[in-house]
Design a protein around this ligand. Structure first.
Ligand code: ADP
Length: 590
C-alpha cells in the first residue's frame, strides 16, 4: 500500500471537510462576483437611462426655445405688410429687425396666391444697407436695406418649404435646406406663414398668402449665451435629481461629420457616453449634438467602487475561511499526532514499567523462597532489585515532573550554589548506574567554579536524562562508549554540555525530540526502550531557569546537548573572563 494512500486514509474526513469548505467558499465567491456584476450592470443601465432622460429634456427645451424665438423674430415684422405686399415698408421693417436680432443671417419674404402656397411664388431677399454708399436710401436719417427678388432663391425656398410636413398649423416651421439650386450646403431656415381671412366676417377661416423667413447659424442662434444658460439651468435643476450621480459634465458640439467643434464644454473632461441630436423630423440644426457625462466617468467604469469593495469583502471572507481551514488542519493534525504519541507512549510505558517490575518480582521471589542462601547471592539479588527500582524511580520521576509542569503546579526554588559541584556529583551518581556500564565519562569544569542560581534536584534530573540518553544512544558495538561532560562559562550564561559519539539525530528530528512523548522513528533509536519524556523534562527545566536547551548532531557521528542557564549573579571572585582553555579539572573514569 503506497504511503500517500495511508496518509489519505488517515486524514480522509479532514480532506473531505476541507474539500466541502473550499468548494463552498469558491461557490460563494463566484456568486458574490456574479451578483456584483449584475448589480453593476443594472446600476449602469439605470444611470444611462437617467442620462438619456436628462438629455431628452434638454434637447426638447432647446427645440421649444429655438422655435419660440423664431416666432418672436418673425412677429416683429408687421404681417399686414406681407398681405399688402408693401415692399418699401417691409424693407424698413426688415432693417429694424436685422438690427434688433443680430443672430439672424438673412431675411426673406415670399408672396404666393392666396391659399395656394406653390402658385405664383415670388421670393425676395433682404439686402442690408451699405452705409458707405451715399446712394443708399434712408428713412428718418437711417439707411434702409432693400428687398431684391431672386428666382433661384425662390425655387430653393419653395423646395425647402415643401419639405416641411404638416404645414396646416399656424406656427413657425423650421427647415434645413439649400438657399439656391446650385448650393450644396444646407442652411437652417425658419418659415413663418402669413395668413389672411377668407372673408371679412369669417376670421377663423384663414388662408396663407405669404411667408416671412430667415436663416440662422447654431453658434449665434438664439444668442451666443443661450446654450450656456440652458446648460447652467439644467446643472442647477439636476441637483434634486437622485437618479444621477454627482456633478455632470455637459458638452454641446457642432458636428458635421468630418469636423467637430465644442460650443459648450463643462464639468467632465472625458467624452460623454450619451449624445443626442434633434429629431430628423424637427429640421432643426442637425449638426448640433448635446452630450452629458458623469463628471469623471467613473460611475460607468467597471469595476466600480461598489463592485470593488464587495469583491474585496468576498475575497477577505474567503481568505478568512481559508485561514480558518489552515488552522483547523493544523489543530487536527496536532491532535492526531498527540493522540498517536500518547498511544505510542502507553505502549512504551507499559514495556518500560513491566521490564524492571518483572526483574524485581523474579529476584524478590528468589529471596522470598529462601533458595538464595549464599550471602553473595543475596547481596547480588538485592543489588539488582535496587537497580531496577532506581530505573523505575527515574521513570516515575520524569512522569511526575512532566505532569506537574504541564499542570503548572511545579514551583522551582532557585538557590545560589556551585553549578560545577552539582554537575560533578550527578556524574558520579550516574557512573554507578547500570546504564553507565561500558561508558567512559570525561568531565571538564571551569576554574574557579561557577556560582549561579539553580534548583539542584531539577538540574540533576535534567543532567541524568541527558547522560542516560548519551549512554543509551551510543553505538553499542563500540567497546568503550565515550561521553564528554563539560561546564562552560559564557559571558552571560553557564552551559552544561553532554556529548556522545552515538547514532546521532537527523536535522528533521532535531526540532521534534523535545516534544513530550516524541521518539525518533529510526529503527536504531526505536530499538532502545524509552518513553519520549526525558528531553521534554530537560527543556522544561531549562525554561524554568530562564535558559534553553539546544542540540547539535549528525546522524552516525554523535550528538551534543547544551543546557544554557543564565548567570543571574556573577560573584566577585569570578568576574574576570575565563576562556575555555581555563578549564582544567579533568576526571577520567570507567
Ligand atoms: P526517550 O529516550 O525515552 O525515547 P527522550 O525524550 O529522552 O525520550 O528522547 C527523545 C528522542 O530523542 C529519543 O527517542 C531519541 O530518538 C532521541 N535522542 C535523545 N537523545 C539522543 C542522543 N544522545 N542520541 C541520539 N538520539 C537521541
Amino acid at each position: 500500500m503506497p504511503a500517500y494512500w495511508n496518509t489519505f486514509q488517515k486524514y480522509r474526513y479532514l480532506i473531505a471537510a476541507s474539500g466541502v469548505i473550499l468548494a463552498a467558499t469558491l461557490a460563494l465567491l463566484l456568486m458574490q462576483y456574479r451578483a456584483a456584476r449584475r448589480t453593476e450592470a443594472q446600476a449602469q443601465a439605470t444611470l444611462l437611462a437617467n442620462l438619456d432622460t436628462h438629455l431628452l429634456a434638454i434637447v426638447d427645451e432647446a427645440k421649444r426655445d429655438m422655435v419660440e424665438h423664431a416666432d418672436h423674430i418673425t412677429h416683429s415684422i408687421t404681417q399686414r405688410l406681407v398681405r399688402d405686399r408693401d415692399l418699401p415698408k417691409l424693407a424698413r421693417a426688415f432693417t429694424r429687425a436685422s438690427r434688433r436680432f443680430p443672430e439672424v443671417r438673412d431675411f426673406f419674404v415670399v408672396f404666393f396666391d392666396k391659399g395656394q402656397d406653390t402658385r405664383n411664388w415670388r421670393a425676395f431677399r433682404y439686402v442690408p444697407p451699405d452705409s458707405n454708399n451715399p446712394a443708399t436710401p434712408q428713412y428718418l436719417g437711417v439707411p434702409i436695406g432693400a428687398l431684391t427678388e431672386d428666382a433661384d432663391l425662390g425655387e430653393a425656398l419653395s423646395r425647402a418649404w415643401l419639405t416641411v410636413h404638416n404645414r396646416a398649423e399656424i406656427a413657425v416651421y423650421p427647415a434645413y435646406a439649400p438657399l439656391s439650386l446650385s448650393d450644396s450646403q444646407s442652411h437652417q431656415i425658419f418659415f413663418h406663414p402669413v395668413y389672411e381671412a377668407a372673408s371679412m366676417d369669417r376670421q377663423d377661416d384663414l388662408d396663407r398668402v405669404g411667408l416671412i423667413a430667415f436663416t440662422a447659424a447654431a453658434e449665434e442662434y438664439p444668442s451666443p449665451e443661450y446654450l450656456r444658460n440652458l446648460v447652467t439651468r439644467y446643472e442647477n435643476l439636476k441637483e434634486g435629481d437622485v437618479g444621477l450621480p454627482g456633478k455632470l459634465g455637459y458638452r454641446i458640439k457642432l458636428d458635421s461629420g468630418n469636423t467637430a467643434r465644442d460650443l459648450i464644454a463643462t464639468g467632465s473632461a472625458s467624452e460623454p457616453q450619451r449624445f443626442r441630436r434633434f429629431e430628423a423630423s424637427d429640421y432643426l440644426f442637425p449638426n448640433l449634438a448635446f452630450g452629458v457625462a458623469p463628471s469623471d466617468n467613473s460611475a460607468l467604469a467597471y469595476p466600480s467602487e461598489y463592485a470593488r469593495s464587495s469583491m474585496l469583502l468576498g475575497l477577505g471572507a474567503a481568505a478568512v475561511s481559508l485561514i480558518g481551514l489552515g488552522l483547523t488542519w493544523r489543530a487536527t493534525r496536532r491532535e492526531m499526532r498527540v493522540a498517536q504519541l500518547k498511544s505510542d507512549f502507553l505502549a512504551s510505558i507499559s514495556h518500560e514499567l513491566k521490564t524492571p517490575l518483572t526483574a524485581i518480582r523474579a529476584f524478590g521471589d528468589l529471596l522470598h523462597s529462601g533458595r538464595a542462601r549464599d550471602a553473595d547471592r543475596v547481596r547480588e539479588y538485592g543489588g539488582l532489585i535496587k537497580t531496577e527500582s532506581d530505573r523505575l524511580t527515574a521513570l516515575i520521576n520524569n512522569i511526575l515532573e512532566l505532569s506537574r509542569l504541564e499542570r503548572g503546579t511545579r514551583r522551582y526554588r532557585l538557590q545560589e550554589g556551585l553549578l560545577c559541584a552539582a554537575v560533578a556529583s550527578t556524574v558520579e551518581v550516574f557512573r554507578h548506574t547500570p546504564e553507565a556500564k561500558g561508558c567512559r565519562i570525561e568531565v571538564e569544569l571551569p576554574v574557579p567554579p561557577l556560582k549561579t542560581h539553580f534548583e539542584e534536584s531539577a538540574i540533576r534530573q535534567a543532567l541524568l536524562n541527558l547522560l542516560s540518553n548519551a549512554a543509551k544512544y551510543s553505538d553499542a558495538s563500540d567497546s568503550e562508549r565515550i561521553i564528554e561532560v563539560a561546564v562552560i562559562r559564557e559571558p552571560a550564561e553557564a552551559v552544561i554540555q553532554v556529548r556522545d559519539f552515538g547514532i546521532g539525530i537527523s536535522k528533521s528530528e532535531q526540532c521534534q525530540i523535545f516534544t513530550p512523548f516524541h521518539r525518533a522513528p529510526q529503527p536504531d533509536a526505536q530499538a532502545k526502550g524509552g518513553t519520549g519524556l526525558g528531553l521534554a523534562v530537560v527543556r522544561e527545566v531549562a525554561r524554568a531557569h530562564g535558559g534553553k536547551v539546544s542540540v547539535e548532531s549528525e546522524p552516525g557521528v554523535g550528538a551534543t546537548f547544551s543546557l544554557h542557564l543564565p548567570l543571574l549573579t556573577v560573584p566577585e571572585q569570578v568576574t574576570q573572563t575565563h576562556s575555555r582553555t581555563n578549564r582544567h579539572a579533568k576526571y577520567l573514569s570507567n
